[in-house]
Design a protein around this ligand. Structure first.
Ligand code: DX5
Ligand code: ZN
Length: 215
């Protein structure tokens, strides 16, 4: 599969403006980070505001739910242009129910793994989900340093997926920059927040990131 890039606007000073600018690039997805102030310390905007700012983009949304109760979010998100929703493993809702609910809405489902969680924790779900989101920073904020061990996780997971002849995708999220992206060739979807947002020209940066990861 052609590598895809998803842009996270979590660290943007003006989310609406960032989305407008990203809309005229060739970015594959908008990565929407949702935080409830419980799963992680910070809390992001309520759904009403989120749905309003998504008017600024025609890109498909790649939602990352850092919340303890994702089911009620999934019901609301189903009205937006959502391609995939990723949830964490250590949540209060039943994960099987979450998988079922996404499938009911025709939304792809991903399971996200934190840096301290072993990759084998997702193995029982690999044939039931569309992708695994490997966190390469601790969830909570953008602009953190990439945790190097995440590269091994991506490579180990790739081997497992190949061994079982599955089509499950691998997404990597957090701290991606021009140096570490070269080691992420086994990932299918790369999330980038600050590397894109802090650059002067979003399209140039996206093109450069794409070039680095396809080598
Ligand atoms: C962290 C978020 C990431 C983050 C990515 O909790 O899940 O999506 O915003 O931003 P950068 O690329 O700046 O780490
Ligand atoms: Zn994220």
């Amino acid at each position: 599969m052609k590598k895809k890039i998803a842009a996270s606007f979590l660290g943007a000073k003006n989310a609406g403006r960032a989305l407008k600018t990203l809309n005229v690039t060739d970015i594959d997805y908008i990565h929407v980070d949702v935080m409830d102030g419980k799963y992680v310390k910070h809390k992001t905007m309520p759904f009403s505001e989120l749905s309003t700012i998504t008017y600024y983009t025609e890109k498909r949304l790649d939602v990352h739910l850092m919340v303890i109760k994702p089911l009620k979010w999934i019901d609301k998100l189903a009205s937006l242009n959502v391609d995939c929703i990723s949830v964490h493993l250590d949540i209060k809702d039943d994960i099987e129910k979450v998988i079922e609910r996404c499938k009911l809405y025709g939304i792809k489902i991903g399971i996200a793994l934190n840096p301290e969680q072993d990759i084998s924790l997702v193995y029982p779900y690999l044939d039931k989900i569309h992708k695994v989101l490997i966190m390469s920073v601790n969830p909570g904020k953008s602009g953190q340093d990439f945790i190097l061990e995440s590269i091994n996780k991506v490579n180990t997971l790739r081997k497992e997926i190949e061994k079982r002849k599955l089509k499950t995708l691998i997404e990597i999220d957090g701290g991606v920059n021009f140096l570490n992206i070269k080691d992420l060739t086994n990932a299918d979807i790369i999330v980038s927040g600050s590397t894109i947002l802090k650059s002067d020209n979003f399209q140039d940066t996206i093109a450069k990131l794409r070039k680095c990861v396809s080598k």
